[in-house]
Design a protein around this ligand. Structure first.
Ligand code: CAA
Length: 381
């Protein structure tokens, strides 16, 4: 067994770490405060080739592996989880289903700009009445009489990259009586007639990552934009989330590592009772537990990516990495705030942002409860 990263994977880590420190860190607190998405940071990520890490060069990607991609999400999230999730959704939720199920034309038209980062991608599954029960969606897609396009009606909520994205992979029911077997996937462009961006959410964390509603009002989607067969959409959504969840695990590992980085330096600098607080075993034990949990979460996350790179099943591993890393991020960031004491609760230091950002990793791309259901289904089948 070899736990060493390859030369390429080490280089990706170094590249993204330097990028995050130089381009992301200086404005992270301000963007969080103002709840603004800065497209110029995304453009710079595109320039250095981060938007299509696992996609082949023929589609504008870097031709690297999924492990390199999760390392990139981790390193970005170590500084700013909002930027981390932008890349995760771009790659796992928008790019992956097109790469896996798209026709050659769809890959050239949509995967290429996603991989090159000239366009932003998003994923529309959740609706006001269907979150965990994704199969209960009400958005419909009806084929026009002349068979040239589908007419979509309904709305999706909590869409990461909403409004900023130009390309949306969305799911709608072409036959509601068939429930999950009646769901079909589509690639929808922001400029299609009848596509609207609705309200922007005001959130607890990842505030500089835009989250919006998207609305379809007799939205016309050309028939060639159907992704996969009619009725195959739910499986596309589930398979997409199998990988997406590991991207969120990587985000969670990054958030936890970022909080530990801050806690370590603070514990060494902050003096109370005439010595650094790191001299107290109470603080040392916290730091030791934080580091141990992060390492375990990282190993699960890298293993799930490695399984995907080997062409082996990774759905269970991904659900495990997401549930463990998400819980770790919440625990570690809470302890980081505790180590900082009153300063940790203040916006003067970044750990409160890390704690707010950590919470979403226990909720999106399937709550922790859904991950446990997925893991149990794998165990029992
Ligand atoms: N791979 C392939 N097929 C799968 C699958 C997988 N991982 N999981 C399920 N399926 C198939 C099943 O085999 C079944 O196929 P058949 O019809 O042929 O039998 C079909 O899909 C339906 O499966 P279930 O009966 O298990 O479906 P269900 O209605 O019970 O739901 C669930 C299962 C796991 C709870 C699912 O609804 C789920 O994952 N819910 C959570 C949704 C979620 O994660 N949402 C996140 C939204 S994205 C997001 O957060 C946005 C963002 O921007 C970050």
């Amino acid at each position: 067994m070899n736990f060493n990263l390859t030369q390429e994977q080490q280089e990706i880590r170094k590249l993204v770490r330097e990028f995050a420190l130089k381009e992301v860190a200086p404005t992270a607190a301000q963007r969080d405060e103002e709840e603004v998405f800065d497209r110029s940071i995304f453009d710079k990520m595109a320039e250095i080739g981060l938007c299509g890490i696992p996609w082949p060069e023929e589609y504008g990607g870097a031709g690297l592996d999924f492990l390199s991609y999760v390392i990139a999400v981790e390193e970005l999230s170590r500084i700013d989880a909002s930027i981390g999730v932008t890349l995760s959704v771009q790659t796992s939720l928008a790019g992956w289903p097109i790469y896996k199920f798209g026709s050659e034309e769809q890959k050239q038209k949509y995967l290429r700009p996603l991989a090159e980062g000239t366009k932003i991608g998003a994923f529309g599954l959740t609706e006001p009445g269907s979150g965990s029960d994704a199969g209960g969606m009400r958005t419909t897609a009806v084929l026009s009489e002349d068979g040239s396009h589908y007419i979509l009606n309904g709305s999706k909520i909590f869409i990461t990259n909403g409004g900023e994205a130009e390309i949306y992979v969305v799911f709608a029911s072409t036959d509601r009586s068939q429930r999950t077997r009646g769901v079909t996937a589509f690639i929808v462009e922001k400029d299609f007639p009848g596509f609207h961006v609705g309200k922007k959410e005001k959130k607890m964390g990842i505030k500089s990552s835009p989250t919006t509603e998207i609305i379809f009002e007799n939205c016309q989607v050309p028939v060639e934009n159907r992704l996969g067969d009619e009725g195959f959409g739910f499986k596309i959504a589930m398979m997409t989330l199998d990988g997406g969840r590991n991207g969120i695990a990587a985000q969670a590992v990054g958030i936890a590592q970022g909080a530990l980085d801050h806690a370590l330096s603070y514990a060494k600098e902050r003096e109370q009772f005439g010595k650094p607080i790191a001299a107290n075993q109470a603080i040392q034990f916290k730091l030791a537990d934080m580091a141990t949990k992060i390492e375990a979460a990282r190993l699960l996350t890298y293993q799930a990516a490695w399984l995907e790179d080997q062409g082996l099943p990774y759905g269970k591993a991904s659900a495990m990495s997401k549930v463990f890393a998400g819980d770790t991020a919440m625990e570690v960031t809470t302890e980081a705030v505790q180590i900082f004491g009153g300063y940790g609760y203040s916006r003067e230091y970044p750990v409160e942002r890390f704690m707010r950002d950590a919470k979403i990793t226990q909720i999106y791309e399937g709550t922790q409860e859904i991950q446990r259901m997925v893991i149990a289904n794998h165990l029992l089948k």
